[in-house]
Ligand binder design. Structure first.
Ligand SMILES: O=C1O[C@H](COP(=O)(O)O)[C@@H](O)[C@H](O)[C@H]1O
Length: 238
């Protein structure tokens, strides 16, 4: 299994170390190719990492930030991953980065995915960095185990850059980058916290039969070893 574990006692230590590692990747990409592209996740886990990364002094004007996945909600919604990135990452030094979101104000998520498809196709690829999260159901990106189109979502040969997702457990429809956008990335991180997520991930990686857990499908298809950043617990001080 292509995975490298980085373990931390507390999330603040993880956030600072991961921010250093990602900033270094972006800086090297800018030096080598004149620009850098990173895809980040939403949810409750990323804010401390976003804040730390936003303070790193790199040439952010040459960096494009996009999302691994998004809820089909407008940016004003507190469930919007674009809003999360705007509030916590696209601040400080990183305020100079360009942002390409996945949500579009269209009749349905399929139409939004079609618009996002065109925009993501124009981004420089392979992506320089992808920072994934994972739910306790083993979903990563918006590859939900109960998604109606899970086979299409986990297809490493998908012709799509962006796919719509309908999954009963996901509350609202979703948009997600596809396997052929995520897996070839030059650097892939899986950022998880807490004992429960560690148990879920270890079980997914050890599973010998049954359906392929989405997080494992990504790790197995990744072009590079996936760096798993795990913190045992939340910080003792808020
Ligand atoms: O819904 C989502 O959940 C996962 C994990 O979120 P967390 O709250 O457990 O950190 C996240 O990776 C994904 O981007 C997000 O849309």
């Amino acid at each position: 299994m292509k995975a490298v574990w980085h373990e931390f006692a507390e999330r603040r230590m993880l956030a600072e170390t991961l921010a250093d590692a990602v900033a270094e990747r972006l800086e090297k990409a800018v030096a080598a190719r004149g620009a850098a592209t990173i895809a980040v996740s939403g949810g409750s886990t990323p804010p401390p990492f976003f804040k730390a990364l936003s303070q790193r002094k790199i040439d952010w004007a040459r960096v494009t930030v996009t999302l691994v996945d998004e809820r089909f909600v407008p940016p004003a919604s507190d469930r919007s991953n674009a809003r999360l990135a705007a509030q916590h990452l696209l601040q400080n030094e990183a305020a100079r980065a360009a942002f390409v979101g996945l949500y579009h104000d269209t009749a349905d998520v399929e139409a939004a995915a079609a618009v996002a498809e065109q925009e993501i196709a124009t981004l420089r690829q392979p992506l320089d960095a992808v920072v994934l999260g994972m739910g306790t159901d083993g979903h990563t990106a918006s590859f939900f185990p109960d998604a109606g189109n899970l086979d299409a979502l986990l297809d490493p040969q998908s012709p799509r850059h962006v796919l719509p997702v309908h999954a009963p457990s996901a509350v609202e429809p979703r948009l997600t980058l596809s396997m052929p956008v995520l897996c070839p990335a030059r650097h892939i991180v899986l950022h998880i916290e807490g004992e429960e997520k560690k148990r879920v991930l270890e079980a997914a990686l050890a599973a010998k039969d049954g359906p392929m857990p989405p997080v494992r499908a990504v790790i197995e298809n990744a072009a590079q070893p996936v760096h798993i950043y795990w913190a045992a617990k939340k910080d003792s001080k808020p």
